[in-house]
Design a protein around this ligand. Sequence first.
Ligand SMILES: [Zn+2]
Ligand SMILES: [Zn+2]
Length: 433
Amino acid sequence: MLFAKSGSRDDLVVRGARVVDPVEGIDSVCDVRVDGGTVAQLGTSLEPNGHQVIEADGLLLAPAFIDPHVHLRVPGREDEETIASGTAAAAAGGYCGILAMPNTEPVVDSAAVLGSLIEDAQAQAEVPVGFLAAITRGQEGAELTDMAELAEQGAAGFTDDGRPVVAPGLMRRALQYHGITGRRLALHCEEPTLSRGGQMHEGAVSAELGFAGYPSVAESVMVERDLALAAFEEQPLHLLHLSARESVEALSRAQASGLHATGEVTPHHLCLTDEAVRTLDPNLKMNPPLRSPDDRAALVDALKDGTITAVATDHAPHARHEKEVPFEAAPFGVTGLETAFSSLYTHLVEPGLLKLETLLERMSAGPARVYGLDAPRIAVGAPANLVLLDLKAGRRVAEGDFRSRSANSWLLGETVKGQVRLTVAAGRVAFGG
Ligand SMILES: [Zn+2]
Ligand SMILES: [Zn+2]
């Protein structure tokens, strides 16, 4: 389900790092040897055997990250991102695998469009990438795509992300098709008559600033509906970019009742609240919007207790001219691939709101499990999917530093800690080294 350019399978020894794999239960200082792209040995004072040696004293080696929610903008908006630039950005962010959303021009709603994306990934992708296909043709919410054919062609899942599936009857049939394809349905939960015209979270800040509000209930009412339909059809589902306390509580109740429902949360919803919008920076405008401090606390708690098992960037590149407009006129979306770990390390781990091990798990094995992908792990015989992190190094986020073709980051000008030094993806050094 994931595709990348074929290339070298590298030989290397990472020496002296603190090796942490929360799933394998490893936390110790040791060397890791990779032979031909496969983890071959963990131990102390390993012989380099002529391999490249990475001196990693004082650094942290962990399973590389999986981003289950990326907008690569191809086909159609190659000025904003491409498979090559988006996967290079992913490698720089410590990712060994990403999933791309189908709301492109044209929409990924046919085997032909999906097939040509897979071919492009096999020629250009720096890290393995999978493609979700649309639930409805043209993402117009009227007619289902040929989900069985798309699954056979290699679709990693199905979503109309960017839009909700408004009609309940259609949503129900999409869930029934899950029984045939087995590929996860990923839902952008938004009730459009409640969110219409909304520029930011509806609350005290929107009232003060005079912006039209996009209330929490616009999300949670769709979350409740989709969970009810999934329970009725006894099919699993995945909820994209949760932003509101009510949504998280609904997910938690559904899980407690036995439904196989999963959720993801973005770095920006975990780090920021609607207070940040007072700056009127268009890079703080996204869908769903930044919500209240109480919502943010609920998201952090849900990530901590495992109600939400995946961090997803919702990396949404936009051309500079599109974001250099007043807040009200700007499109929704911010980038995130290259800053996800450092933003969460700085805003959650350093202040003691989240354990480092939990963050590592929710950025790697957690999202892999949602889509049935192999979880990256540091174990003898496993493909090398590794990220080497410098937790002490700080960096001021600057526009010129991005490998992404777009720089609409909410972190511009901010100093963050936790830098990626090396990424090994599917046995190949994809960044650093
Ligand atoms: Zn969305
Ligand atoms: Zn999205």
